[in-house]
Ligand binder design. Structure first.
Ligand SMILES: C[S@@+](CC[C@H](N)C(=O)[O-])C[C@H]1O[C@@H](n2cnc3c(N)ncnc32)[C@H](O)[C@@H]1O
Length: 225
């Protein structure tokens, strides 16, 4: 993962406060300690007898090395996985389809949205896309440009954006920094908002995260999926 110098942290924090947003309220997110992204990935694989896996952003293979499927591809321009490319370059050349795609690459809205849309094109019909880091609890954790090591980025904006489409069924599960769950099905609760996604701020997320991201808890997740 990208290292942040002390200078960059200070510069980006001041830049963000002056030119992007200054909002100091925090959300009290306490994610369950006994259920992780790996648990969710394995839950889907087992329940649906999935055979193929694609991970975007692998870092030290914390998850990738633990996926027990013969067909697995991990894409990362810097470390981990088995394809040394950016997600954009990978999708330009890829011809394979996958049952489960886990998106955890560059946590910046436009990149995540592109990763999701590209993934939709390479997802088997009964497959699922999981998106990590959808629920930041402070402005620091979501700030772009980044100034904290613990960073979710503004991944949540990609979910809000796509929740306005009629052809995708999307929930966000309240586990492990928030996991977006996307299926190629009719949207049973299309989000309607009057702001453009790029104009949304952390204050909008703070006040509207339940509706914007259609958050469900673990019990609800297991009933729905
Ligand atoms: C948060 S880490 C991934 C962690 C891992 N998936 C896990 O679950 O622990 C994000 C990774 O995304 C990678 N990354 C950054 N830009 C990327 C891009 N354009 N395409 C694919 N991966 C990217 C980084 O190199 C980093 O390893």
């Amino acid at each position: 993962m990208e290292k942040l110098s002390k200078f960059k942290k200070i510069f980006n924090r001041i830049y963000h406060q002056l030119f992007v947003e200054n909002f100091d309220k925090k959300l009290n997110f306490e994610f369950p300690k006994d259920y992780s992204r790996l648990d969710m990935i394995n839950y889907f694989i087992k329940k649906n007898d999935y055979k193929s896996y694609l991970e975007i952003g692998c870092d030290k293979n914390q998850i990738f090395s633990q996926i027990d499927l013969n067909k697995k591809i991990g894409v990362d321009p810097y470390s981990g996985g088995n394809v040394r490319k950016s997600s954009d370059d990978f999708f330009k050349e890829n011809t394979e389809k996958f049952d489960l795609i886990f998106i955890d690459g560059l946590h910046v809205y436009k990149q995540v949205k592109r990763d999701i849309i590209n993934s939709i094109n390479f997802l088997n019909n009964e497959g699922v896309i999981l998106v990590h880091d959808c629920l930041p609890d402070t402005i620091g954790k979501q700030a772009v440009p980044r100034y904290k090591m613990q960073w979710n980025g503004d991944v949540w904006k990609a979910i809000v954006d796509l929740r306005q489409r009629d052809d995708l069924e999307i929930h966000t599960c309240f586990v492990d920094q928030g996991i977006g769950i996307i299926k190629k099905e009719n949207n049973s609760s299309t989000l309607k908002i009057d702001k453009k996604t790029q104009d949304l701020k952390f204050s909008d997320f703070y006040h509207n995260h339940n509706e914007y991201l259609r958050i469900i808890n673990l019990d609800e997740f297991k009933k729905i999926y």
